[in-house]
Structure formats: C-alpha cells, structure tokens
Design a protein around this ligand. Sequence first.
Ligand code: GLY
Length: 267
Amino acid sequence: MIEETLDKDCAKRKMFTHAIVRTPPKSIIAGIANANLGVPDYETALQQHQNYVEALQACGLTIITIPAAEDFPDSCFVEDTALLTKRWAIIARFGARSRQGEEVEVRELLRRYFNHVESIEAPGTVEPGDIMMVGDHFYIGLSQRTNNAGARQMISLLEKQGSSGSTVEMSEMLHLKSGLSYLENNVLVACGEFLRKPEFANFNLISVDPDEAPAANCIWVNGTVIAPIGFPKTIAKIKAAGYPVTPLNISEFQKLDGGLSCLSLRF
Ligand code: GLY
C-alpha cells in the first residue's frame, strides 16, 4: 500500500519523498579509510550528519533514521545496503567483509515501505555506491566491491521489474558514484576516468577538475543539488548549469572515502 502511494507520487512529480539515514556510530573512527585524511571525529561527524538530515528535509524529504550500529563502523553509509527503484527494494551484498551484516536491519525496515524485496546472493557482491540511476536505466560499476556475478544478478532483477542495467568498467575509484553524479535533465557531473567513457559521451558533462575530485559526488534532490564544500570551481559550474546548490561540510565522512550520496537511501 505504501509502495503504491510512493510509486504514484514519484511518477507524478519525479520527486523523492523519503530518505533513510543511519546515525554514525562511535566506532566510525575504525571505518575503512584510504583517503589519508586522518581519523574522523565522532562529535563532528554527528553534527555534520544532522546538517545533512536538515538539508534533505529542506528539499521536502521525510527522514527515517536507523539507530547507530556500533558493530559496523561504516554503517552510516547506508546507501550501500540496498538499491531502491520505483517498484522494488533490492538488498545488496557487500564486497567489503567488515560491512557484511549492515543490510540486515535495513531489510526489515524496507519491508514496511516496499511490497517487493529481493536480495543479491553469493557469490555476487554489489554495493549500490556503484549504481547510478538515470531514469529507468541503472549503470553498475565493476569495482573492487561489485563483481560480475553481482552485477548480472542486479541487471536480471532490474529487467524483471521493467528497468534495465549495464555495467561500467572502472579502476580509479572506490565506487562508481565516487566519480559520477546524475543531476537529471541529461546532466552528469564526472571526474577522472568517467570523463572518457563512451557510455557517458551523450550526457551534458560537468567536468570536475582533479584537484576537486570529491565534488563529483553530489546529489540531486527535488531540483536542488547538495554538494560538498571546498570545491568552488565545481559548485560554480553546477550553478551555471541552472541548479540551486546547498553546500555542506562532510569532512568527517570524506576521511572514510564517503560522499553525500553514501549517507542516505532516497526514494
Ligand atoms: N569507508 C566506506 C567504505 O569503504 O565502504
């Protein structure tokens, strides 16, 4: 029932109505980190997370908060637990062993909002940070976290519910959306290897300079683009493309290679 209402709302207005977030745990200091930016400060992370929630609320979203999970240092990056389409929730299977299990509580929650919940099975791994939605098509990055078996399962599930998917070879970044963000209206923010990929050549590309690479992870939420602070060239380009921009400081999450998209499941 809730699913049908959401479906109608989204189809009619092309808008998100909800976001699921997960409170950062104290154990965030032990999260997986390759960024060489230092250890996150827990209190600062909590404040930045609250600011993020308020930015989503300002875009009209109802926030559903899952309590912190101390056993899972990276669990505030809740986007990686599931792919949400207009019709289905597809529960991911983590490539990072320390993150396997984060999805359990999310699955229970999603059953309240989606009548149809599927799961990726072993040996497949998919982390939805590797999946970019463009209308009814889903680009899936083959990364160190998402393997071919997982991508094939995901594409098969997407096709069963009326969407499509394709894989993207990648080698430079943690997740596909570490370097790519779709801002609707055929506009794609991209950096690094993604600027040269033929599959993205027909988009209107907003090119992110290498010294602003983290700005390639931003999110379109009901017409507004939420972007990380500290990257003035990219923010100016996004504004010049006609989008209002809400800048946010997410320094503590960037220390764990995380970005704005990773911090919520939007539907
Ligand atoms: N630190 C987030 C991740 O590696 O998945």
